[in-house]
Design a protein around this ligand. Sequence first.
Ligand SMILES: [Zn+2]
Length: 455
Amino acid sequence: MPHTKTLLLRHADLVVTMDLHRREIPDGAVFIRGGVIEAVGPTAELPDHADEVQDLRGRIVLPGLVNTHHHMYQSLTRVVPGAQDAELFGWLQTLYPLWGGLTPEMIRVSTLTAMSELILSGCTTSSDHLYLYPNGSRLDDSIEAASEIGMRFHACRGSMSVGRSAGGLPPDELVEDEDAILADSRRLIETWHDPARHAMLRIAVAPCSPFSVSTDLMRESARLARSYGVSMHTHLAENDNDVAYSRQRFGMTPAEYAESLGWVGHDVWHAHCVKLDAAGIALFARTGTGVAHCPCSNMRLASGIAPIPAMRAAGVPVGLGVDGSASNDGADLLGEARQAMLLARVGHGPAAMNARQALELATLGGARVLGRDDIGALTPGMSADLIAFRSDTLALSGAAVHDPVAALVFCAPEKVDLSLINGRWVVQDGTLQTVDLPRVVSHHNHLARQLAEAL
Ligand SMILES: [Zn+2]
């Protein structure tokens, strides 16, 4: 039975715990029972046998990384020529008509593709924000993919309800009726949401953005989420145009607007917040409102440099997000930690963020933003989500010998050698165990072509 089987991973070159003391244990070991970590320490101090024992010599072990913002369906529309060089609003307007052709099969296969890419880059828990449902698509299509590949998943029921004719950005045919949105959110929570510790699947309520849903839907979504105790997610203060829209339409900054709707608190996280002002940072810190920082996307769309050091100094929970694959266009979470460090330095100086702080955003930070205290660190009682990188690769050559932890962030991003999610091997020897990756890629390419040709 997977729930009682014991697994001993030992003789790792280094186990990076992300515990309270940020211990990094040479010749480290982790003892796991079922899906939960039972002990972490030097190999010599841990039990010497288990149902399964693996020797991790030559490997660096870390907690699985946490991705707090994504739109996985966009993997089908990466690098679309017309959207390569636009800022947010123009980029969206180019892509909306293409996304109108999405089918349930496309949602499932693009989610599998995005999750494969994320998992190989070290991610073990991801959220996804799906906010359009054409041609019978449902959030259940993403949920099916997560369960197939074995990834810990926070599925966000996104929504758009204000089309172009009503002053919103999306075309009218892509928006939904607000009662239908709320009813489907209720159905999804009642069908799928697991509030228990070590849950593999949670649902969040997630209107797309202030420029694509009504004030009423924002309020009603918050009320519904809180009646079930589920988290809330949206996009906020992404760039200057986003702030200008908020001022013009609502007479408020994005942070003021969020507060006026009840969209602040420990159960809320906002994507981007590139243009969050000082009052907004103080509000988020005071209320424990989380931020999903997406550095690659912010650079790709020329949105700006998010004030992450100021947020961290104020105590705002900050995690990392790769964002949708049409604005990154690579779902590499370890690479995202690297970009977070580099972009913070461009914006705020060389001491703005170091490698370990970047890894902290990718692990503990992400866990906090998603409202979880059972992932993000390797300590007894935590979920058995961990990753291992080989230290003898070309990319880490001449680096890991000095500082293997910093090397993972400074050097070209590595793929994982091993990934364990909920006590189950999802990657061994650098190969996904749960899906046939070449088949997924070929199917995904076929669907991407079909989607482009349908327009
Ligand atoms: Zn996004």
